[in-house]
Design a protein around this ligand. Structure first.
Ligand SMILES: C[S@@+](CC[C@H](N)C(=O)[O-])C[C@H]1O[C@@H](n2cnc3c(N)ncnc32)[C@H](O)[C@@H]1O
Length: 241
């Protein structure tokens, strides 16, 4: 049984073949990310493959047009995309000097650290009531903050999550956010993010979206997949974390 940020309690099986069981069940957000990384028999979201698909390549292509030295990847999971940024992006003096991944699941963080020793990983929950004191052992002031595929899991307090995400960056820093929409006509979080336009509006509270791309990849059922990139709003022009 799982209490999560005021969400309904839902029973999750101890072991499941289907990682979705730990995320959404019966039209509710379960959000047992730690249980999922510990017990799911398949790799959640098939991250080991998806971090190298066209969607991820588009993100790398967007980011490659700029130089970033210090990068923070929020909701990094197993860190496969985090590690791509370290290897493939260019900072002012070669490889980015610091690439850090944060995730709510300690198991994900531990595995990411073992898989990608060239990056640093730490536990961080965007919705923790104790933020920023429980903010991971990372500084803020990043040149780039990234959040791929995370917003549906923090939708219950989206304003706080976005403000904290943006607050990890330095003044003048940039953000990349991606999110795919579900194939169904109704979905959890629809009240808050009911359309691509609404997603654009929410993101615009913290960033100036300079690049917006909606892609439909048949591999992912042809669902709309939004990529937003641009500078964060100046600190005094955006909501406080
Ligand atoms: C769809 S996965 C994305 C993983 C990775 N960003 C990628 O692109 O492969 C979503 C991730 O968000 C993490 N997450 C969910 N809620 C979170 C929160 N409140 N704070 C930080 N991370 C969270 C989950 O543990 C999971 O690893």
């Amino acid at each position: 049984m799982l209490p999560l940020h005021g969400q309904a309690r839902v029973t999750v099986p101890d072991r499941s073949k289907d990682y979705h069981d730990y995320v959404f069940k019966d039209g509710k957000l379960v959000g047992d990310f730690e249980g999922m990384y510990r017990y799911s028999e398949e790799v959640p979201w098939h991250q080991d493959a998806n971090a190298f698909d066209t969607i991820a390549d588009i993100d790398i292509a967007i980011l490659k047009r700029h130089r970033f030295d210090r990068i923070c990847d929020v909701g990094c999971g197993l860190g496969h995309f985090t590690a791509r940024m370290k290897r493939e992006l260019v900072g002012p003096c070669g490889q980015p000097s610091e690439v850090v991944g944060l995730d709510v699941s300690p198991t994900a963080v531990e595995r990411a650290g073992a898989l990608h020793p060239d990056c640093r990983f730490a536990v961080g929950d965007l919705l923790s009531p104790d933020w920023p004191t429980t903010r991971p052992a990372v500084a803020s002031g990043y040149d780039l903050v990234v959040m791929r595929g995370v917003l549906w899991y923090v939708v219950q307090d989206l304003g706080t999550a976005l403000a904290r995400f943006a607050g990890l960056a330095r003044d003048g820093g940039a953000a990349l956010v991606t999110l795919s929409f579900p194939p169904s006509r109704t979905w959890v979080g629809q009240d808050t993010i009911g359309s691509q336009d609404e997603l654009h509006r929410h993101l615009s509270t913290v960033m100036d979206i300079a690049y917006w791309c909606v892609e439909r990849d048949a591999k992912h059922g042809g669902v709309p997949l939004c990529h937003a990139f641009g500078p964060l709003r100046p600190v005094d022009g955006r909501p406080r974390p």
